[in-house]
Design a protein around this ligand. Structure first.
Ligand code: FAD
Length: 383
Protein backbone atom coordinates (compact mmCIF):
# COMPACT_ATOMS: atom_id res chain seq x y z
CA UNK A 1 0.00 0.00 0.00
CA UNK A 2 1.23 3.45 -0.93
CA UNK A 3 0.85 5.57 2.21
CA UNK A 4 1.44 8.81 0.34
CA UNK A 5 -1.88 10.55 -0.21
CA UNK A 6 -2.79 11.80 -3.69
CA UNK A 7 -3.55 15.48 -4.32
CA UNK A 8 -7.30 14.68 -4.33
CA UNK A 9 -7.11 12.75 -1.06
CA UNK A 10 -5.09 15.52 0.60
CA UNK A 11 -7.63 18.10 -0.60
CA UNK A 12 -10.59 16.06 0.69
CA UNK A 13 -8.89 15.67 4.07
CA UNK A 14 -8.10 19.39 4.30
CA UNK A 15 -11.64 20.36 3.32
CA UNK A 16 -13.04 18.10 6.04
CA UNK A 17 -10.51 19.35 8.58
CA UNK A 18 -11.39 23.01 7.95
CA UNK A 19 -15.12 22.21 8.02
CA UNK A 20 -14.77 20.28 11.29
CA UNK A 21 -12.73 23.03 12.96
CA UNK A 22 -15.21 25.72 11.84
CA UNK A 23 -18.64 24.06 11.88
CA UNK A 24 -18.46 21.12 14.30
CA UNK A 25 -15.86 21.29 17.08
CA UNK A 26 -16.97 24.69 18.48
CA UNK A 27 -20.55 23.38 18.92
CA UNK A 28 -19.96 19.75 19.96
CA UNK A 29 -20.28 20.31 23.72
CA UNK A 30 -23.46 22.38 23.35
CA UNK A 31 -25.05 19.75 21.07
CA UNK A 32 -24.10 17.04 23.55
CA UNK A 33 -25.69 18.96 26.41
CA UNK A 34 -28.82 19.73 24.37
CA UNK A 35 -28.99 16.09 23.18
CA UNK A 36 -29.40 17.32 19.61
CA UNK A 37 -27.05 18.26 16.83
CA UNK A 38 -28.15 21.31 14.82
CA UNK A 39 -30.01 19.75 11.93
CA UNK A 40 -28.65 22.40 9.56
CA UNK A 41 -25.36 20.48 9.61
CA UNK A 42 -26.86 17.86 7.25
CA UNK A 43 -27.33 20.34 4.40
CA UNK A 44 -23.83 21.71 4.95
CA UNK A 45 -22.38 18.19 4.78
CA UNK A 46 -24.31 17.63 1.56
CA UNK A 47 -23.15 20.90 0.01
CA UNK A 48 -19.51 19.88 0.47
CA UNK A 49 -20.12 16.46 -1.09
CA UNK A 50 -19.45 14.58 2.17
CA UNK A 51 -22.80 12.74 1.92
CA UNK A 52 -22.02 11.52 -1.59
CA UNK A 53 -18.45 10.24 -1.34
CA UNK A 54 -17.90 7.11 -3.48
CA UNK A 55 -21.43 7.43 -4.93
CA UNK A 56 -21.27 7.90 -8.74
CA UNK A 57 -21.70 11.50 -9.91
CA UNK A 58 -24.57 10.53 -12.26
CA UNK A 59 -26.68 9.89 -9.12
CA UNK A 60 -25.70 13.14 -7.41
CA UNK A 61 -22.70 11.70 -5.59
CA UNK A 62 -19.29 13.31 -5.40
CA UNK A 63 -17.42 10.16 -6.49
CA UNK A 64 -14.02 9.67 -4.94
CA UNK A 65 -12.30 6.62 -3.54
CA UNK A 66 -12.74 4.85 -0.21
CA UNK A 67 -9.53 6.25 1.25
CA UNK A 68 -10.91 9.77 0.74
CA UNK A 69 -14.11 8.64 2.45
CA UNK A 70 -12.06 7.33 5.39
CA UNK A 71 -10.05 10.56 5.62
CA UNK A 72 -13.22 12.67 5.72
CA UNK A 73 -14.83 10.33 8.26
CA UNK A 74 -11.77 10.56 10.54
CA UNK A 75 -11.99 14.34 10.51
CA UNK A 76 -15.74 14.43 11.22
CA UNK A 77 -15.20 11.89 14.02
CA UNK A 78 -12.47 14.09 15.47
CA UNK A 79 -15.02 16.90 15.77
CA UNK A 80 -18.14 15.06 16.93
CA UNK A 81 -19.03 11.37 16.69
CA UNK A 82 -22.71 12.27 16.52
CA UNK A 83 -22.16 14.14 13.24
CA UNK A 84 -19.82 11.43 11.97
CA UNK A 85 -22.50 8.84 12.69
CA UNK A 86 -25.14 10.70 10.68
CA UNK A 87 -22.84 10.42 7.66
CA UNK A 88 -21.75 6.84 8.37
CA UNK A 89 -25.39 5.74 8.38
CA UNK A 90 -27.08 7.96 5.77
CA UNK A 91 -24.24 7.62 3.26
CA UNK A 92 -22.29 4.59 4.47
CA UNK A 93 -25.10 2.18 5.27
CA UNK A 94 -27.97 3.52 3.16
CA UNK A 95 -26.89 5.50 0.05
CA UNK A 96 -23.92 3.27 -0.73
CA UNK A 97 -26.16 0.21 -0.39
CA UNK A 98 -28.80 1.69 -2.71
CA UNK A 99 -25.98 2.45 -5.18
CA UNK A 100 -24.74 -1.15 -4.95
CA UNK A 101 -28.05 -3.06 -4.92
CA UNK A 102 -30.72 -0.66 -6.26
CA UNK A 103 -32.41 -0.72 -9.65
CA UNK A 104 -32.36 2.38 -11.81
CA UNK A 105 -35.64 3.71 -10.41
CA UNK A 106 -34.54 3.28 -6.78
CA UNK A 107 -31.22 4.97 -7.45
CA UNK A 108 -32.89 7.93 -9.20
CA UNK A 109 -35.52 8.21 -6.45
CA UNK A 110 -33.22 8.24 -3.43
CA UNK A 111 -29.56 8.88 -4.24
CA UNK A 112 -29.71 12.57 -5.33
CA UNK A 113 -31.75 13.38 -2.21
CA UNK A 114 -29.53 11.42 0.17
CA UNK A 115 -26.25 12.70 -1.24
CA UNK A 116 -27.37 16.35 -1.23
CA UNK A 117 -28.59 16.16 2.37
CA UNK A 118 -32.15 16.92 1.34
CA UNK A 119 -33.06 13.50 2.74
CA UNK A 120 -31.57 11.40 5.55
CA UNK A 121 -31.46 7.61 5.64
CA UNK A 122 -31.53 5.12 8.48
CA UNK A 123 -30.68 1.41 8.66
CA UNK A 124 -33.25 -0.83 10.35
CA UNK A 125 -31.76 -4.22 11.15
CA UNK A 126 -31.64 -4.58 14.96
CA UNK A 127 -34.85 -5.55 16.77
CA UNK A 128 -35.74 -5.57 20.46
CA UNK A 129 -35.16 -9.34 20.57
CA UNK A 130 -32.37 -9.75 18.00
CA UNK A 131 -29.12 -7.75 18.00
CA UNK A 132 -26.01 -9.84 17.36
CA UNK A 133 -28.23 -12.65 16.10
CA UNK A 134 -29.71 -10.46 13.35
CA UNK A 135 -30.43 -13.41 11.05
CA UNK A 136 -33.24 -14.41 13.39
CA UNK A 137 -35.13 -11.12 13.09
CA UNK A 138 -38.90 -11.42 13.24
CA UNK A 139 -40.28 -8.32 11.46
CA UNK A 140 -42.44 -9.74 8.68
CA UNK A 141 -43.41 -8.45 5.21
CA UNK A 142 -46.35 -10.25 3.62
CA UNK A 143 -47.12 -9.95 -0.09
CA UNK A 144 -50.57 -8.54 -0.86
CA UNK A 145 -51.11 -7.97 -4.59
CA UNK A 146 -48.60 -5.38 -5.77
CA UNK A 147 -47.62 -4.45 -2.21
CA UNK A 148 -45.99 -5.80 0.91
CA UNK A 149 -47.52 -5.22 4.33
CA UNK A 150 -44.90 -4.98 7.09
CA UNK A 151 -45.35 -5.59 10.84
CA UNK A 152 -42.69 -5.59 13.53
CA UNK A 153 -40.29 -3.40 15.48
CA UNK A 154 -36.74 -2.10 15.16
CA UNK A 155 -34.50 -0.97 18.01
CA UNK A 156 -31.61 1.52 18.42
CA UNK A 157 -31.98 2.99 14.93
CA UNK A 158 -29.49 5.82 14.32
CA UNK A 159 -31.10 8.82 12.54
CA UNK A 160 -34.41 7.08 13.31
CA UNK A 161 -36.54 10.16 13.97
CA UNK A 162 -34.71 12.31 11.40
CA UNK A 163 -34.83 9.87 8.51
CA UNK A 164 -36.85 10.20 5.32
CA UNK A 165 -36.20 6.61 4.29
CA UNK A 166 -35.62 3.42 6.26
CA UNK A 167 -33.53 0.64 4.75
CA UNK A 168 -35.52 -2.04 6.49
CA UNK A 169 -34.93 -5.76 6.81
CA UNK A 170 -37.93 -8.07 7.15
CA UNK A 171 -38.79 -11.73 6.77
CA UNK A 172 -40.63 -12.44 3.50
CA UNK A 173 -40.66 -16.20 3.45
CA UNK A 174 -40.75 -19.25 5.65
CA UNK A 175 -37.14 -20.13 4.90
CA UNK A 176 -35.22 -20.31 8.20
CA UNK A 177 -32.54 -17.84 9.33
CA UNK A 178 -31.01 -15.43 6.87
CA UNK A 179 -32.52 -17.10 3.80
CA UNK A 180 -35.98 -15.71 4.45
CA UNK A 181 -34.95 -12.05 4.81
CA UNK A 182 -35.50 -9.29 2.23
CA UNK A 183 -34.54 -5.60 2.20
CA UNK A 184 -36.98 -2.72 1.59
CA UNK A 185 -36.74 1.03 1.11
CA UNK A 186 -39.57 2.28 3.30
CA UNK A 187 -40.50 6.01 3.24
CA UNK A 188 -40.41 7.18 6.85
CA UNK A 189 -43.77 8.94 6.54
CA UNK A 190 -45.56 5.70 5.62
CA UNK A 191 -48.85 5.28 7.54
CA UNK A 192 -48.41 2.77 10.36
CA UNK A 193 -44.73 3.59 10.95
CA UNK A 194 -44.23 5.08 14.42
CA UNK A 195 -40.87 6.42 15.59
CA UNK A 196 -40.02 6.79 19.27
CA UNK A 197 -36.84 8.63 20.21
CA UNK A 198 -34.61 6.89 22.76
CA UNK A 199 -33.25 9.26 25.42
CA UNK A 200 -30.65 8.82 28.15
CA UNK A 201 -27.81 7.45 26.01
CA UNK A 202 -24.32 7.34 27.55
CA UNK A 203 -22.82 8.95 24.45
CA UNK A 204 -23.70 10.07 20.92
CA UNK A 205 -26.26 12.23 22.65
CA UNK A 206 -26.51 14.66 19.75
CA UNK A 207 -27.75 11.89 17.51
CA UNK A 208 -31.38 10.87 17.06
CA UNK A 209 -31.63 7.19 18.01
CA UNK A 210 -35.08 5.64 17.79
CA UNK A 211 -37.28 2.62 18.16
CA UNK A 212 -39.42 2.04 15.06
CA UNK A 213 -42.77 0.29 15.34
CA UNK A 214 -44.37 -0.98 12.12
CA UNK A 215 -48.07 -1.74 12.21
CA UNK A 216 -49.46 -2.72 8.81
CA UNK A 217 -47.02 -0.52 6.87
CA UNK A 218 -47.77 -0.92 3.16
CA UNK A 219 -45.04 -0.45 0.53
CA UNK A 220 -45.14 -1.20 -3.21
CA UNK A 221 -43.40 -4.42 -4.26
CA UNK A 222 -40.97 -2.17 -6.17
CA UNK A 223 -39.63 -0.98 -2.77
CA UNK A 224 -37.74 -4.24 -2.35
CA UNK A 225 -33.98 -3.62 -2.56
CA UNK A 226 -32.10 -6.49 -4.18
CA UNK A 227 -33.60 -9.92 -4.85
CA UNK A 228 -36.21 -11.48 -2.56
CA UNK A 229 -34.53 -13.58 0.14
CA UNK A 230 -31.19 -11.81 -0.32
CA UNK A 231 -31.81 -9.15 2.32
CA UNK A 232 -29.26 -10.57 4.73
CA UNK A 233 -26.56 -10.35 2.03
CA UNK A 234 -27.62 -6.73 1.46
CA UNK A 235 -27.27 -6.04 5.20
CA UNK A 236 -23.93 -7.79 5.56
CA UNK A 237 -22.44 -6.04 2.51
CA UNK A 238 -23.50 -2.70 4.00
CA UNK A 239 -22.05 -3.56 7.42
CA UNK A 240 -18.73 -4.79 6.04
CA UNK A 241 -17.99 -1.36 4.60
CA UNK A 242 -19.79 0.26 7.54
CA UNK A 243 -17.23 -1.26 9.89
CA UNK A 244 -14.50 0.60 8.04
CA UNK A 245 -16.47 3.80 8.56
CA UNK A 246 -16.88 3.12 12.29
CA UNK A 247 -13.15 2.37 12.52
CA UNK A 248 -12.37 5.69 10.81
CA UNK A 249 -14.63 7.48 13.30
CA UNK A 250 -12.68 5.80 16.11
CA UNK A 251 -9.40 7.06 14.64
CA UNK A 252 -10.92 10.53 14.78
CA UNK A 253 -11.82 10.09 18.45
CA UNK A 254 -8.35 8.81 19.30
CA UNK A 255 -6.75 11.70 17.39
CA UNK A 256 -8.93 14.18 19.27
CA UNK A 257 -7.85 12.50 22.53
CA UNK A 258 -4.19 12.86 21.54
CA UNK A 259 -4.59 16.53 20.55
CA UNK A 260 -6.40 17.33 23.80
CA UNK A 261 -3.92 15.45 25.99
CA UNK A 262 -0.92 17.10 24.33
CA UNK A 263 -2.42 20.56 24.69
CA UNK A 264 -3.33 20.13 28.35
CA UNK A 265 -0.08 18.40 29.37
CA UNK A 266 1.91 21.35 28.03
CA UNK A 267 -0.12 23.90 30.01
CA UNK A 268 -0.97 22.25 33.32
CA UNK A 269 1.74 22.53 35.96
CA UNK A 270 2.17 20.27 38.99
CA UNK A 271 5.25 19.84 41.19
CA UNK A 272 6.71 23.00 39.66
CA UNK A 273 6.71 21.93 36.02
CA UNK A 274 4.32 21.14 33.14
CA UNK A 275 2.85 17.68 33.65
CA UNK A 276 4.20 16.80 30.16
CA UNK A 277 7.60 16.57 31.84
CA UNK A 278 6.48 13.78 34.17
CA UNK A 279 7.45 10.40 32.74
CA UNK A 280 4.19 8.67 33.61
CA UNK A 281 2.21 11.39 31.80
CA UNK A 282 4.43 10.84 28.77
CA UNK A 283 3.57 7.15 29.01
CA UNK A 284 -0.16 7.98 28.81
CA UNK A 285 0.46 10.23 25.80
CA UNK A 286 2.66 7.76 23.96
CA UNK A 287 0.12 4.97 24.51
CA UNK A 288 -2.54 7.18 22.89
CA UNK A 289 -0.24 8.00 19.98
CA UNK A 290 0.52 4.33 19.26
CA UNK A 291 -3.22 3.53 19.33
CA UNK A 292 -3.89 6.37 16.86
CA UNK A 293 -1.27 5.14 14.41
CA UNK A 294 -2.18 1.46 14.65
CA UNK A 295 -5.92 2.11 14.30
CA UNK A 296 -5.33 4.47 11.38
CA UNK A 297 -3.10 2.04 9.49
CA UNK A 298 -5.55 -0.86 9.90
CA UNK A 299 -8.39 1.39 8.70
CA UNK A 300 -6.54 2.79 5.71
CA UNK A 301 -5.66 -0.78 4.69
CA UNK A 302 -9.37 -1.65 4.44
CA UNK A 303 -9.99 1.36 2.18
CA UNK A 304 -7.00 0.43 0.05
CA UNK A 305 -8.23 -3.17 -0.32
CA UNK A 306 -11.70 -1.96 -1.38
CA UNK A 307 -10.25 0.55 -3.85
CA UNK A 308 -8.11 -2.20 -5.40
CA UNK A 309 -11.06 -4.61 -5.58
CA UNK A 310 -9.49 -7.07 -3.12
CA UNK A 311 -11.33 -9.05 -0.40
CA UNK A 312 -11.69 -6.79 2.63
CA UNK A 313 -14.33 -8.23 5.00
CA UNK A 314 -11.95 -9.76 7.56
CA UNK A 315 -9.69 -6.71 7.41
CA UNK A 316 -12.72 -4.52 8.12
CA UNK A 317 -13.59 -6.58 11.20
CA UNK A 318 -9.99 -6.38 12.43
CA UNK A 319 -9.92 -2.61 11.93
CA UNK A 320 -13.28 -2.11 13.63
CA UNK A 321 -12.35 -4.38 16.56
CA UNK A 322 -8.98 -2.75 17.16
CA UNK A 323 -9.95 0.85 16.44
CA UNK A 324 -13.02 0.79 18.68
CA UNK A 325 -11.12 -0.67 21.63
CA UNK A 326 -8.25 1.73 20.91
CA UNK A 327 -10.59 4.74 20.91
CA UNK A 328 -11.95 3.75 24.34
CA UNK A 329 -8.38 3.29 25.65
CA UNK A 330 -7.16 6.54 24.10
CA UNK A 331 -10.06 8.59 25.45
CA UNK A 332 -9.57 7.01 28.90
CA UNK A 333 -5.85 7.81 28.85
CA UNK A 334 -6.58 11.39 27.79
CA UNK A 335 -9.07 11.75 30.63
CA UNK A 336 -6.33 10.58 33.02
CA UNK A 337 -4.01 13.29 31.69
CA UNK A 338 -6.70 15.87 32.48
CA UNK A 339 -7.14 14.60 36.04
CA UNK A 340 -10.30 15.91 37.71
CA UNK A 341 -10.87 18.42 34.90
CA UNK A 342 -11.36 15.50 32.52
CA UNK A 343 -14.44 14.55 34.47
CA UNK A 344 -16.41 17.71 33.70
CA UNK A 345 -17.75 18.57 30.27
CA UNK A 346 -16.08 21.95 30.14
CA UNK A 347 -13.24 19.87 28.66
CA UNK A 348 -13.71 17.53 25.70
CA UNK A 349 -12.25 14.24 26.92
CA UNK A 350 -15.21 12.94 28.95
CA UNK A 351 -17.42 13.20 25.88
CA UNK A 352 -14.78 11.41 23.79
CA UNK A 353 -14.86 8.49 26.23
CA UNK A 354 -18.68 8.36 26.29
CA UNK A 355 -18.88 8.57 22.50
CA UNK A 356 -16.15 5.95 22.04
CA UNK A 357 -17.84 3.35 24.20
CA UNK A 358 -20.63 2.50 21.75
CA UNK A 359 -18.12 1.79 19.00
CA UNK A 360 -17.36 -1.57 20.62
CA UNK A 361 -21.08 -2.38 20.57
CA UNK A 362 -22.70 -1.42 17.27
CA UNK A 363 -22.23 -2.78 13.77
CA UNK A 364 -21.18 -6.00 15.51
CA UNK A 365 -19.85 -6.07 19.08
CA UNK A 366 -16.16 -6.78 19.72
CA UNK A 367 -17.11 -10.39 20.44
CA UNK A 368 -18.89 -10.67 17.08
CA UNK A 369 -15.86 -9.20 15.24
CA UNK A 370 -13.69 -11.86 16.92
CA UNK A 371 -16.07 -14.57 15.70
CA UNK A 372 -15.90 -13.16 12.14
CA UNK A 373 -12.09 -13.11 12.25
CA UNK A 374 -11.98 -16.55 13.91
CA UNK A 375 -14.27 -18.02 11.26
CA UNK A 376 -12.08 -16.64 8.47
CA UNK A 377 -8.92 -18.06 10.06
CA UNK A 378 -10.20 -21.48 11.12
CA UNK A 379 -12.87 -22.09 8.52
CA UNK A 380 -15.24 -22.96 11.38
CA UNK A 381 -18.24 -20.84 12.36
CA UNK A 382 -18.52 -20.45 16.14
CA UNK A 383 -21.63 -18.25 16.03
P1 FAD B 1 -26.79 -8.66 22.21
O1 FAD B 1 -26.70 -9.22 20.83
O2 FAD B 1 -27.91 -9.11 23.06
O3 FAD B 1 -25.41 -8.95 22.94
C1 FAD B 1 -25.24 -8.87 24.36
C2 FAD B 1 -23.85 -9.39 24.70
O4 FAD B 1 -23.73 -10.76 24.29
C3 FAD B 1 -22.75 -8.64 23.97
O5 FAD B 1 -21.61 -8.52 24.79
C4 FAD B 1 -22.41 -9.55 22.80
O6 FAD B 1 -21.07 -9.38 22.31
C5 FAD B 1 -22.60 -10.92 23.43
N1 FAD B 1 -22.89 -11.96 22.45
C6 FAD B 1 -24.00 -12.10 21.67
N2 FAD B 1 -23.87 -13.18 20.88
C7 FAD B 1 -22.65 -13.72 21.14
C8 FAD B 1 -21.93 -14.84 20.64
N3 FAD B 1 -22.42 -15.63 19.67
N4 FAD B 1 -20.72 -15.11 21.18
C9 FAD B 1 -20.19 -14.29 22.13
N5 FAD B 1 -20.81 -13.23 22.64
C10 FAD B 1 -22.02 -12.94 22.15
N6 FAD B 1 -28.79 -1.21 14.83
C11 FAD B 1 -29.31 -0.99 13.60
O7 FAD B 1 -29.84 -1.90 12.96
N7 FAD B 1 -29.23 0.25 13.03
C12 FAD B 1 -28.65 1.30 13.65
O8 FAD B 1 -28.62 2.41 13.10
C13 FAD B 1 -28.14 1.11 14.97
N8 FAD B 1 -27.61 2.15 15.67
C14 FAD B 1 -27.28 1.98 16.99
C15 FAD B 1 -26.93 3.08 17.76
C16 FAD B 1 -26.66 2.93 19.11
C17 FAD B 1 -26.34 4.14 19.94
C18 FAD B 1 -26.68 1.64 19.70
C19 FAD B 1 -26.40 1.44 21.16
C20 FAD B 1 -27.00 0.55 18.94
C21 FAD B 1 -27.31 0.69 17.58
N9 FAD B 1 -27.72 -0.39 16.80
C22 FAD B 1 -28.22 -0.19 15.54
C23 FAD B 1 -27.84 -1.72 17.40
C24 FAD B 1 -26.49 -2.43 17.57
O9 FAD B 1 -25.98 -2.83 16.32
C25 FAD B 1 -26.73 -3.59 18.54
O10 FAD B 1 -26.91 -3.01 19.82
C26 FAD B 1 -25.58 -4.58 18.54
O11 FAD B 1 -25.58 -5.32 17.35
C27 FAD B 1 -25.65 -5.56 19.71
O12 FAD B 1 -26.93 -6.13 19.82
P2 FAD B 1 -27.69 -6.14 21.24
O13 FAD B 1 -27.61 -4.77 21.78
O14 FAD B 1 -29.01 -6.76 21.04
O15 FAD B 1 -26.77 -7.06 22.16
Amino acid sequence: MNLELSAEQTAARQLAKDFTDREITPYATAWDRAEQVDRGIVKKLGDLGFLGLTVPEEYGGSGGDHLSYVLVTEELGRGDSSVRGIVSVSLGLVAKTVAAWGDEEQKRAWLPRLTSGEAVGCFGLTEPGTGSDAANLTTRAVRDGDSYVIDGAKMFITNGTWADVVLLFARTGDAPGHQGISAFLVPADSPGLERREIHGKLGLRGQATAELVLDGVRVPAAAMLGPEGKGFSVAMSALAKGRMSVAAGCVGIAQAALDAALGYAGEREQFGKPIARHQLVQELISDIAVDVDAARLLTWRVADLIDRGEPFVTAASKAKLFASEAAVRAAGNALQVFGGYGYIDEYPVGKLLRDARVMTLYEGTSQIQKLVIGRALTGVSAF
